[in-house]
Design a protein around this ligand. Structure first.
Ligand SMILES: C[S@@+](CC[C@H](N)C(=O)[O-])C[C@H]1O[C@@H](n2cnc3c(N)ncnc32)[C@H](O)[C@@H]1O
Length: 212
């Protein structure tokens, strides 16, 4: 039997709406937990949220923004966060494209993380893929100089497209050069999807690009 969703938030509710971000701005939404100027770290498509939680726990001074298009995943993560002492995370239910385009200022983000985005394997669905040159250009624009963009996928065909999009953005440089990407990043916490793909023995791809 399907379990019923629990809607109550057993502590501070860390969700913010796109309208609130537009009206108040990130510094007001992270206050009083973090003081401006903020150092923003943004994870797009956080899924079950274990990676975001780990990032936030290990870097208390950074302002972590979790972006997810799924209402259910945002709700579950909000419930999980409410049981912690973490004040350095805010969650937005929206698409990554919208958040990057409308809610993040130029040169304001220290790190972006995009872990195992949906691969949309059918050719006619490729235009739905998140990591494409126009988004990569916006991500580059939103990063501070020296800021990092981390992307991971298990999907070979998507990997080629991601590699091309990242290498083709002139404002980004490959921080892993001369490697194009890594198959494994020692010490990196595996995400929920990553654990599944590892169990299946799939080849993984991890990129780190840096804003010039
Ligand atoms: C394959 S799952 C990976 C989840 C998690 N990052 C992991 O590695 O376990 C992709 C996630 O991205 C979310 N997602 C899909 N399209 C999105 C978009 N345009 N913006 C933000 N999140 C998106 C989905 O709801 C899903 O949670």
């Amino acid at each position: 039997m399907a379990r019923k969703l629990k809607y109550d938030i057993p502590g501070p509710d860390r969700r913010v709406s796109p309208d609130e971000v537009r009206e108040k701005g990130w510094p007001a939404l992270f206050a009083p937990d973090l003081a401006a100027p903020l150092r923003l770290a943004v994870e797009i498509g956080f899924g079950r949220g274990e990676f975001l939680l780990h990032l936030a726990e290990s870097r208390p001074g950074l302002a972590h923004v979790g972006v997810e298009v799924s209402f259910k995943r945002v709700l579950k993560m909000a419930r999980r966060l409410a049981r912690t002492e973490l004040g350095n995370v805010r969650l937005v239910e929206a698409t990554g494209e919208e958040v990057v385009r409308d809610l993040l200022a130029e040169g304001s983000v220290q790190e972006f993380w995009i872990n195992f985005p949906d691969p949309w394997p059918k050719k006619r669905h490729h235009r739905r893929r998140l990591v494409q040159p126009p988004l990569v250009a916006r991500l580059a624009d939103r990063l501070v100089p020296g800021g990092e963009l981390h992307v991971a996928t298990d999907h070979a065909d998507y990997a080629e497209a991601i590699d091309e999009a990242l290498a083709g953005e002139p404002r980004l440089e490959n921080a892993l050069a001369p490697e194009r990407f890594l198959r494994d990043v020692p010490g990196r916490l595996p995400t929920a999807y990553e654990l599944e793909w590892r169990r299946e023995g799939r080849a993984l791809h991890f990129w780190t690009y840096r804003r010039r």
